[in-house]
Ligand binder design. Sequence first.
Ligand code: 3Y8
Ligand code: NAP
Length: 251
Amino acid sequence: MRKRLLILGGTTEARALGKAVAEAGIDGVLSLAGRVERPLRQPLPQRVGGFGGIKGLRSYLHTEQITHVIDATHPFAAQMSRNALAACSAESLPYLALTRAPWSAQSEDNWHQVPDIAGAVAALAGRARRVMLAIGRQNLLAFAAQPQHFYLLRLVDPPEAPLPLPQTHVIIDRGPFTPESDRALMEAHRIDLIVSKNAGGTGASAKLTAARALRLPVIMIDRPALPARAEVHDVTGVLDWLDHADTPRGV
Ligand code: 3Y8
Ligand code: NAP
C-alpha cells in the first residue's frame, strides 16, 4: 500500500525519524513552523511555515495525499498537536505521536516543579537571583514581572527587538548542548537558579546535569496537558506502527 507520511518536526527525535524513513525508502515530508532563521537541513524533503489552523492542515493532508501523520513536535508545541489530532480525526487518517518521556528529578536534584510559565514567574518572586532562563524566546515577556533578577538567556537567533528584561546576558546558540559547556556557562555567570521546560529527551538535558553537579536549584515547568493519543517513545515504535497501520483510503 502506498504510504506518504507527514512528520511534524522540530525535535531531535523528528530528525532521527526522518533519517530512518528516508533510509527505508518511505515517501514523506518533514514540517517545521519556521520559528528560526536558518533551520537545520532535514534528511527528508521539508516544508516550513504554519498550515493555517485545522482547516489549512486538513486541506494540506488532502492535497498532498498524506496517508499517515507522525507528530514528533516538542511537548510544549501543544497547539500543533491539538490541531493535528483534530485534523486527522476529521480526515480519518492514522495519527501517532513520537514523544520523549518527561524528565524526573533524581535523588540529588533540587527541583521546584510548577504547572506552567505563569507558575515559574510566580516562583521567582523575592530577592534578586542570577537566573539561567533556558526556555528560548517565545515566553520571555512573562518574566518581565520579575525584573529584579539577572537573567542568562540562550536564544537560537539574535533578538530583533529590545528584550523585556532589564538585566540580561544573551548567548546565541542552538542545542544539543553538553553538561561541560553548560556547567562552564553557569559558573562563568555565577548562576544560582535554573528555569527549564520539561522537554525530556537529550537535546536540552545538559543543563540539568550541570545543575546537579553544581548543586543548583531548578524551577521545572511541567508540559501542557494534551488529549489522550496514540504515542511511542522511539523510532522503532513508529516503523512498527507503519507496518501495521492501515489507511481507510486503502490506496
Ligand atoms: C525551529 C529547528 C534537531 C532538533 C534540535 C530537542 C532538542 C536542540 C534544546 C536550552 C533549551 C528550547 C528551544 C531547544 C532545544 C533541540 C532541537 C531543541 C530548547 C530548533 C529548531 C527550531 C527550534 C524552535 C525553538 C523555539 C524554542 C525552542 C530553543 C532547527 C533549533 C528553549 C526549548 O526563537 C525562537 O522562536 C525559538 C523557538 C520553539 C522555545 C521557545 O519558546 O522559544 N525551540 N529549535 C522549529 C520549527 O521552526 O518548527 O533549526 O534545528 C530545534 C531544537 N531545539 O533537528 O536536532 O529536540 O528539543 N529549543 C526547550 O526545550 O525549552 C533550548 O537552551 O537549554
Ligand atoms: P505551537 O505553539 O504548538 O504551534 C503554534 C502554530 O505554529 C501551530 O498552530 C502551527 O500554525 C505552527 N506550527 C507549529 N509547529 C509546526 C510544525 N512543525 N510545522 C508547521 N507548522 C507548525 O508551536 P511552538 O511551540 O511554537 O513550536 C514550533 C516549532 O518549534 C515546532 O516544530 C516544535 O516542535 C519546535 N520546538 C518547540 C519548542 C517549544 O518549547 N515550544 C521546543 C523545541 C522545538 P498553523 O495553525 O498556522 O498551522
